[in-house]
Ligand binder design. Sequence first.
Ligand code: SF4
Length: 271
Amino acid sequence: MTQAKSPSKTAAARRPAKSKQTRRKAPSVDNPGKVLKRSRYTKAETFAIFQRFHADNPEPKGELDYVNAFTLLVAVVLSAQATDVGVNRATRHLFQIADTPEKMVALGEDRVREEIKTIGLYKNKAKNVILLSEQLIRDHGGEVPEDREALEALPGVGRKTANVVLNIFFGHPTIAVDTHLFRLGNRIGIAPGKTPLDVEKAMEKVVPVEFALHAHHWLILHGRYICKARKPECRRCVIYDLCRSTEKELFDAVPDIALRTKALIEKETVA
Ligand code: SF4
């Protein structure tokens, strides 16, 4: 006699892949994993993604504190392998006493080191802050140049730092690829690439021009607070229904935040 299956077992067998989802290691610069050849999204889908970010946060801001181009540059140099919160804590007093290259040089390396000693790699960073201040005085009249090549020629300043300064202070539509952007580009497959430069170039190709200025902020904030490295918080994601990541958590319904943001855009489009 054939035994009837219990209803609960039958239902469980029909349930979608949710319970079988396995969490892959998030793509990182050291281990990008299998990199897609091109974006997973059409032009219209990419536009819709950035429309969501815009509707959710029309004027995104960086989280580093600064008072002028010089202090922004120094803050970004100090932020390598450190959190913005930690950098802000260390620079609060430093920028009160040294907000120009001249004042920083007058302060001297030992004192700068003392001021920023709570930040990782502080010895090397203090040295670079003094060297870059000296170079700004010598080659640029004490001003921060609005020029990628000149910025990258400064000690401790790489492409990412130059991109941040060009974007935040000078308003250029540059994409600074940090760990969050690199992960997002590959994880959601919007701008895949094996290196940060590959991701930057891919982003430049796909980001719609009207969203280019704020794109890197939205993506950094999204990666930092929602699409986190260890476990993305898909239930809080404004692009949930648009996301094609294989790491997306599957729910029975699209989360409210995504539906609300989509409705907001539709309402604004009609008005
Ligand atoms: S749905 Fe999940 S995986 Fe996709 S972007 Fe949002 S948080 Fe990241």
